[in-house]
Design a protein around this ligand. Sequence first.
Ligand code: IPE
Ligand code: IPE
Ligand code: MG
Length: 231
Amino acid sequence: MSYVPKHVAFIMDGNGRWAKARNLPRSAGHKKGSQILREIVEYCAEIGIQYVTAYTFSTENWSRPKEEIDGIMSLLEDYLDDAIKKSKKRNIKVKVIGKKDGLSNSIINKIQELESKTKDNSGLCVIFAINYGGRDEIIRATNKILAQIQSGISYEITPEIFSDFLDTKGIPDPDFLIRTSGELRISNFLLWQLAYTEFYFTDKHWPDFSKTDLDLALLEYVQRKRRFGKA
Ligand code: IPE
Ligand code: IPE
Ligand code: MG
């Protein structure tokens, strides 16, 4: 087994609690969190991880106060702008999964620009889950299949064919999932794709998560015995 997982997925949780513990507004936690993501992505590229998926905004996160949502969206735009600027220099390929409806045109355009500018890059592939919900993704895939069947194309639906209708088409399932901030749940993240993923939970809040914390998690990963149902 390779020592470094091919695909690591992150549920970056705890920005709000990190800020609260410092008497700061939640927005300060999100800001620091986005900085940490930049660092962790660079480190993942350095150590040879091939795919990183970052849970950035869930379909349920719309139920937060408008002010908080606006702040997260504005940080997201900054992140996209920065990544667009660096897209030629860095060999990172970016993909976004999730529902486009509900996102601003400005964000949708930036996502398209970044995906197209980085599509031929051969280095680390970074997948941002934005306005993403596992149930929503599965339902959207099902509706795409239904539309094709109604137009006369017939399928025998297998797990492989179904996977090709998901936003993650062509991306291998995560080997390792890391959730920060102590919650022991997956919160509607990658419901289909996490079928055989190894899970790792840490009490550290995302804005405190460091390269050393990732090393510690990876050390645990290499000791896991993945069986995939075999004896
Ligand atoms: C994760 O941190 C960021 C998003 C969900 C957008 P939270 O904002 O959920 O922080 P906590 O869980 O309230 O501490
Ligand atoms: C999951 O975190 C979503 C993201 C990290 C983007 P939440 O903070 O929204 O999850 P719950 O509400 O604690 O389950
Ligand atoms: Mg949270």
